[in-house]
Design a protein around this ligand. Structure first.
Ligand SMILES: O=C1O[C@H](COP(=O)(O)O)[C@@H](O)[C@H](O)[C@H]1O
Length: 233
């Protein structure tokens, strides 16, 4: 894992640097292929994207937005990651519409929901190996990323691209998540985090190299960046 750590002065600068990087990756993808395929996460990243994305200049209609993980709850639930973007991002971005978000179908059972989401990921790439332009990831205080938790059997998943999980230690217990093979096949992974609460985990992952899910990601053939507002040593 070789991650480029970008040290910012404060949270505001994390958000602006992250946003500029997303703007530039979107431009490159849209100029080259006419589409920008990105995965959003939930948790603390939501605030960064909801604050930063309305400020960028991009061809919004060329974005296709997936979820690195999603809680298996209805969109109306406060736990729904899509629900937060629907409420706090969509109304503030001219040119981005709800149908550009590829959402889970939480009316199916959990297994079927994960299969259905995988099918839609596969369809998106029209027969090619699914390779997202960018996955925006979060790092939990226990070292989880997406809904991949320390010591969980899903870390060994090497067939499914999208998997169900019904025993997430962080509520809610039922979720669907991208698996390591799909994450590692992407072109770029980015973490963005701020504050002392994240510093300890970032050091365990990037300096001590502890065997934690957050350190198991990073594209096999691509770019891995982490925006922080603290010194990692
Ligand atoms: O539950 C989740 O947690 C992680 C990390 O969130 P954070 O608030 O500790 O930054 C998040 O990346 C994931 O999408 C979410 O479902």
């Amino acid at each position: 894992m070789n991650c480029d750590i970008i040290t910012c002065r404060n949270e505001k600068e994390v958000i602006s640097s992250l946003s500029k990087t997303i703007e530039s990756l979107a431009k490159e993808a849209i100029d080259t292929r006419g589409v920008f395929r990105v995965g959003f996460s939930g948790g603390s990243l939501v605030k960064y994207l909801n604050t930063g994305l309305p400020t960028i200049v991009t061809e919004w209609s060329n974005w296709r937005i997936f979820f690195c993980d999603e809680r298996f709850v209805p969109v109306e639930s406060t736990d729904s990651t899509f629900g937060t973007y629907k409420r706090d991002l969509l109304p503030f971005v001219n040119g981005l519409s709800e149908d550009q978000f590829v959402k889970i179908n939480s009316t199916l059972n959990l297994e079927e929901c994960a299969k259905d989401y995988e099918r839609r990921v596969v369809e998106e790439f029209q027969g090619q190996s699914p390779r997202f332009d960018l996955l925006l990831l979060g790092m939990g205080p226990d070292g989880h990323t997406c809904s991949l938790f320390p010591g969980h059997k899903l870390l060994k998943e090497n067939v499914k691209l999208i998997a169900p999980i019904d025993d997430s230690p962080k509520p809610p217990p039922k979720r669907v998540t991208m698996t390591l093979p799909l994450i590692r096949n992407s072109k770029c992974n980015i973490y963005a985090m701020s504050g002392e609460a994240k510093k300890d985990m970032a050091e365990r992952v990037f300096v001590k190299g502890e065997d934690l899910p957050a350190g198991m990601v990073g594209p096999t053939n691509g770019v891995f960046k982490c925006f922080v507002d603290f010194q990692i040593k």
